[in-house]
Ligand binder design. Structure first.
Ligand code: ZN
Length: 266
């Protein structure tokens, strides 16, 4: 996994999946801590432009609201700078990597108000309701991202079951958000890897207690299980295409060619 930038402009590419991740959580305090938020905005803009030129910046993220982290940043400040993140993404015509936690009402309202600035994106680590999901999917080019946090309870699985594969992405959110043995989704997991504690690191094993990029396959297995689909290959191709469409549109043709040739078996 390669972390390229982990401030307000950032992304991570995982192995051959090209699933997009980020720095953890929306980084609003950066704006407030800066003496001149507008100057900070301009600095982020230049950083993003430089990153685009170098081919290193793909989406703007994480953006969004996290009301489970109000102790880090009050809701009013989060909302104020969530708006600003739309401005940033629109200024450089990039998709957004979005985070919505315990904040669906405000989140959806702000996306609605900024609909004209929203090009495309994914609301990752989705843990919302069927209603939240439907509202998100009413925005053009919005995708829902599923990780281990999305698979904890039976209610979560029922929501995942209803997300159209054509509007879904999957992610590990490595090194966090693994599918734990206590999660409802664990029953659908088929692929397991040997693991060892980090103190006994072995390159042929995954690190015990740590989510790793290869485990994205487990996400696929649980999504397929929820939907009652046996052939995970078709789902994986559709999800892969979704990811390319939003984040790597220029790769789409070559990705399609590779898929058709059967040389991408993720
Ligand atoms: Zn997040």
């Amino acid at each position: 996994m390669t972390t390229v930038l982990t401030t307000a402009v950032g992304f991570v590419v995982t192995g051959d999946w090209k699933a997009l991740l980020y720095g953890r959580g929306p980084p609003y305090e950066e704006f407030e801590e800066n003496a001149d938020p507008e100057q900070h905005f301009q600095a982020l803009l230049s950083l993003a432009q430089e990153g685009i030129q170098k081919g290193k910046v793909v989406p703007i993220g994480e953006c969004g609201l996290d009301y489970d982290r109000l102790h880090f940043c009050p809701a009013e400040i989060q909302k104020k700078y969530f708006e600003k993140q739309f401005e940033l993404a629109y200024a450089i015509k990039l998709p957004m990597f979005l985070h919505m936690r315990a904040a669906a009402e405000d989140f959806l309202e702000i996306v609605e108000c900024n609909r004209d600035k929203f090009i495309a994106g994914v609301t990752h680590s989705f843990t919302g309701s069927v209603e939240d999901c439907d509202k998100l999917l009413s925005f053009n080019n919005m995708y829902i991202g599923v990780n281990g946090c999305s698979l904890k309870m039976i209610e979560n699985l029922n929501v995942v079951k209803g997300i159209p594969v054509e509007r879904m992405m999957i992610e590990t959110d490595s090194p966090y958000c693994e599918i734990k043995n206590t999660h409802a989704g664990i029953n659908f997991v088929k692929s397991l890897w040997p693991s060892k504690k980090k103190e006994k690191y072995d390159q042929d094993c995954i690190v015990k207690g740590q989510n790793e990029p290869c485990l994205v396959r487990q996400l696929l297995e649980v999504v397929a299980g929820c939907k009652g689909v046996n052939d995970i290959d078709q789902i994986s191709k559709t999800i892969y295409r979704n990811t390319c469409r939003v984040f790597f549109p220029h790769d789409l043709d070559s990705a399609d060619d590779a898929l058709l040739a059967g040389c991408h078996d993720s």
